[in-house]
Design a protein around this ligand. Structure first.
Ligand code: IPE
Ligand code: IPE
Ligand code: MG
Length: 299
């Protein structure tokens, strides 16, 4: 059987889905799937059974998302902090993750036909070593490189950079915190905290979360757009200040010439773009090497 459960919505679910789809739909939804152990306790089953049902719920939820036209889903299945749990529980969770995610990856060719792309990431969506290297490079570089380091560049260094930020983040089980999940990427997302335990999550819980997103979506979009504009404006102001200073230092007669200033600004931004691309390519290569080493070590 396929990991993402194939199947259609019921009549009433389809009816409601169509009503929802008339409004703005989130393109990318992130889930913090929490409450497996409380569910196991509540239902008097083994803890591992709670985790297993949690993975089953993920399969079901992915199908609902697919039926609702949500093509991108990111899930928090395990955190670095979770390694502090008992060895037995960690091993059980790792076994489940290995089984379920490898099935999902095997099926990805099939899901690509539906426009679904599957990526399984670790918790390392922000690798401290990358950031250290980035800052070290900027420090070593001449003053002209100061402008290279910006929020936009830091964002491009994250593992999640080739995917848009989540529009909606859902955490189940009534816990109102992010537990270090996608902290940067959710600054303009709609955050929805629901009291239902993850293995009991239902299609209607998902609809409720989407409705809450819809009620807030125009405010979120405005906030995101104005943040992006401000970021561009700040970068432009920094570049212009740099070019003006450089021209003044040169002390040539042309430093007052706006056309000359404009040309220099264009050259300066193009050169920065080249440096950044080179840096990002090197970073990507480092990641590929790191993952290769990891796969070889665990093979
Ligand atoms: C979430 O459920 C799953 C993982 C963290 C792996 P929990 O295991 O945190 O269950 P609760 O929150 O203790 O009920
Ligand atoms: C949260 O795990 C992350 C996942 C659901 C995978 P926990 O349930 O252990 O979260 P905290 O540590 O209590 O915030
Ligand atoms: Mg928990």
């Amino acid at each position: 059987m396929s990991f993402i459960r194939e199947g259609e919505l019921t009549f009433i679910e389809r009816f409601f889905a169509n009503i929802l789809k008339a409004g703005p739909m989130p393109k990318h939804v992130a889930f913090i799937m929490d409450g497996n152990r409380r569910y196991a306790q509540k239902c008097h089953v083994e803890r591992q059974e709670g985790h297993s049902q949690g993975f089953e719920k993920l399969a079901e939820t992915l199908r609902w998302c697919l039926n609702l036209g949500i093509r991108e889903v990111t899930v928090y299945a395990f955190s670095i902090e979770n390694f502090k749990r008992s060895k037995e529980e960690v091993d059980g969770l790792m076994d489940l993750a290995r089984q379920k995610f490898s099935r999902l990856l095997e099926e990805q060719e099939n899901w690509k036909k539906h426009g679904v792309c599957i990526r399984v990431l670790g918790d390392l969506h922000l690798l401290p070593v990358d950031i250290q290297e980035l800052i070290a490079r900027a420090v070593q570089a001449t003053r002209s490189y100061n402008n290279d380091v910006s929020e936009s560049l830091l964002e491009k260094c994250l593992y999640t950079s080739n995917s848009p930020d989540p529009d909606l983040l859902i955490r189940t089980s009534g816990e109102v915190r992010l537990s270090d999940f996608l902290l940067w990427q959710t600054s303009h997302s709609c955050l929805v905290f629901q009291s239902v335990l993850w293995p009991e999550y239902s299609f209607w819980n998902l609809c409720e979360a989407i409705l809450r997103y819809q009620m807030n979506s125009s405010a979120l979009q405005k906030a995101r757009a104005s943040y992006m504009d401000e970021r561009k404006r700040q970068q432009m102001a920094k570049d212009q200040a740099y070019v003006r200073k450089k021209l003044q230092q040169e002390g040539t007669a042309s430093h007052e010439d706006p056309v000359h200033q404009q040309n220099l600004l264009q050259q300066y931004t193009a050169m920065r773009e080249e440096r950044i691309q080179a840096f990002l390519q090197a970073l990507e290569q480092k990641r590929v090497d790191f993952l290769d080493r990891l796969c070889t070590a665990s093979a």
